[in-house]
Design a protein around this ligand. Structure first.
Ligand code: ADP
Ligand code: 5GP
Length: 201
């Protein structure tokens, strides 16, 4: 006996592309680590950068660290889905890796800045745009300082860029305030689940 499910075509089968942006130090990495504890159905894209690795960062896990010449070569070869200069360093999203995962039905999270996020949305309108906001600018500064990873100069650059990034919130579809890590991770999980339940037109 055949099973009739005429609505099957309205159920999403391909992977979701989720853009997670927010000012440096807001807690994007921390929230993704927290999310992985309660929800494992996603792949975080390892992006490429020309910035120097911080203490403890591992090539191929935190980022793919490359030289400026190599970055330029990859731009010329069209390897990046998007790329941008962020706080004085180049960062780019590997196109092939993202396309491959999505076609396999895997959800991909891109932890990228607002310039990159808007560029991805233009190319892939179905991308889900999530902005992670700090509880306050004072708390953002406290977190950034507490991380002890930036020089005073870099810190000032990141904090002054934060205001411009917060101005881009209206281009995003969801806003999650990272006051508590557990709550922010729960809310991100809720967004992903809700997006999966959207009727496919
Ligand atoms: P980002 O990836 O956005 O640059 P991180 O994930 O590195 O930020 O977080 C910056 C700092 O803030 C880290 O030391 C992290 O442990 C801390 N942090 C993140 N989320 C919270 C939170 N909800 N409450 C307190 N500290 C947090
Ligand atoms: P950090 O140097 O603190 O790791 O990252 C600085 C900023 O660059 C963060 O906002 C981060 O999300 C962003 N970023 C990381 N990878 C990419 C990328 O591939 N493209 C873009 N546009 N931004 C990225």
């Amino acid at each position: 006996m055949s099973v009739i499910r005429t609505w099957s075509r309205h159920i999403r089968s391909e992977g979701l592309l989720i853009v997670l942006s927010g000012p440096s130090g807001v807690g994007k990495d921390a929230v993704l680590l927290e999310l992985a504890k309660i929800y494992s159905n996603f792949s975080r894209c390892v992006t490429t950068t020309t910035r120097d690795p911080r203490q403890g960062e591992v090539d191929g896990i935190d980022y793919t660290f490359i030289s400026e010449d190599e970055f330029q070569r990859r731009i010329d070869e069209g390897d990046f889905l998007e790329y941008a200069n962020v706080h004085g360093n180049m960062y780019g999203t590997p196109r092939k890796w993202v396309e491959q995962r999505l076609s396999e039905g895997v959800d991909v999270i891109l932890k990228i800045d607002v310039q990159g996020g808007l560029s991805v949305k233009k190319q892939m309108p179905s991308a889900v745009m999530v902005f992670l906001a700090p509880p306050s600018i004072e708390e953002l500064e406290k977190r950034l300082r507490g991380r002890l990873t930036e020089s005073e100069n870099d810190l000032a650059k990141r904090l002054s860029n934060a205001r411009g990034e917060l101005d881009q919130i209206p281009h995003y579809e969801y806003i999650i305030e990272n006051d508590s890590l557990a709550k922010a991770a729960q809310e991100l999980k809720a967004v992903i689940i809700a997006e999966h339940l959207r009727v496919k037109q």
